[in-house]
Design a protein around this ligand. Structure first.
Ligand code: FAD
Length: 106
């Protein structure tokens, strides 16, 4: 990556990691990912209250990326821990998570 990336992606929720994944798949690697929080994860990093889970059944809502589907949800409406873990076991997303700059805000 150049010292002045042409794309700045804000946040590491599904939107940010999805944007980074799609940019990579399109052959665009000249981006930086900034995350103001201390870790990746978006809403599923923040919402850790007991019982936090999706309100849409996981099989209906494609809550994993279409190019790296997750067939292993622990229950119909996946709980917070599952949602947060989605990004972790996928090799291409692991790489993006690793280059995200946490505690960085635009
Ligand atoms: C309990 C719960 C259940 C849900 N269930 C469903 C469901 O069943 N179906 C459904 O479709 N949706 C559901 N949603 C909504 C869905 O999770 C969100 O719409 C989606 O995750 C949003 O992703 P995002 O990447 O746009 O934003 P976020 O996940 O909010 O990520 C944004 C990230 O950007 C970072 N950020 C923000 N501003 C800056 C800045 N200026 N500089 C740097 N970083 C910044 C934040 O720290 C955060 O990490 C649910 C949400 C919650 C909380």
């Amino acid at each position: 990556m150049s010292s002045s990336p042409s794309i700045v992606i804000i946040g590491t929720g599904f939107g940010g990691i999805g944007m980074a994944s799609e940019s990579t798949r399109a052959g665009i690697g000249d981006f930086v990912i900034l995350e103001r929080g201390g870790d990746v994860g978006g809403v599923w990093r923040e919402n850790t209250y007991p019982g936090a889970e999706r309100d849409v059944p996981s099989p209906l809502y494609s809550y994993s990326y279409s190019f790296e589907p997750n067939p292993s949800w622990s229950k119909r409406c996946a709980p917070q821990a599952d949602c947060r873990a989605t990004r972790r076991p996928n090799p291409s997303q692991d790489r993006l998570v690793a280059i995200a700059r946490t505690e960085s805000q635009e």
